[in-house]
Design a binder for this molecule. Structure first.
Ligand code: HEC
Length: 117
């Protein structure tokens, strides 16, 4: 009997959580990332405009660490998640130490990064 009610409810909750995530990620970004990642690359960090799908360590206006340059591939969802889960583990020798430990917060930040054009 009860599953008839709980299934639509769970779906509704999942959908509302998905819709909120990029907005939640924007808040985390303002607090934890923006000091180093502006609209333009600076010595503090590369620009993250258009980072989703971009080649890892792919900008020419930023001097990346050898650790990040050693990674091949592009910034897929999985790679962004992996880097933010453990920057040093994903790319030993990277100059970025900041991560997002909470998986839900991290998913929200990745959703937000994908809106940056
Ligand atoms: C203290 C400064 C600093 C903070 C804070 C910071 N970053 Fe970074 N970030 C860097 C630097 C420096 C690099 C380049 C790392 C390298 O060359 O190893 C980088 C690289 C990146 C890259 C790879 C970009 C590319 O062009 O390949 C992503 C994605 C990224 N940061 C996301 C984030 C997110 C999301 C946050 C917030 C949760 C954040 N960063 C917080 C300094 C910072």
């Amino acid at each position: 009997m009860t599953h008839r009610l709980t299934l639509p409810l769970a779906l509704a909750l999942a959908l509302s959580a998905g819709a909120a995530s990029a907005a939640d990620g924007a808040k985390t970004f303002q607090l934890q990332c923006k000091t180093c990642h502006g609209a333009k690359s600076s010595p503090a960090g590369p620009s993250l405009a258009g980072v989703a799908g971009r080649k890892i360590a792919g900008l020419t206006d930023f001097t990346y660490s050898a650790g990040l340059k050693a990674k091949s591939g592009t910034w897929t969802d999985a790679n962004l998640d992996g880097y933010l889960a453990g920057p040093m583990k994903f790319a030993p020798g990277t100059r970025m130490a900041t991560g997002v430990a909470n998986p839900a917060d991290r998913a929200a930040v990745v959703a937000y990064l994908k809106t940056l054009k």
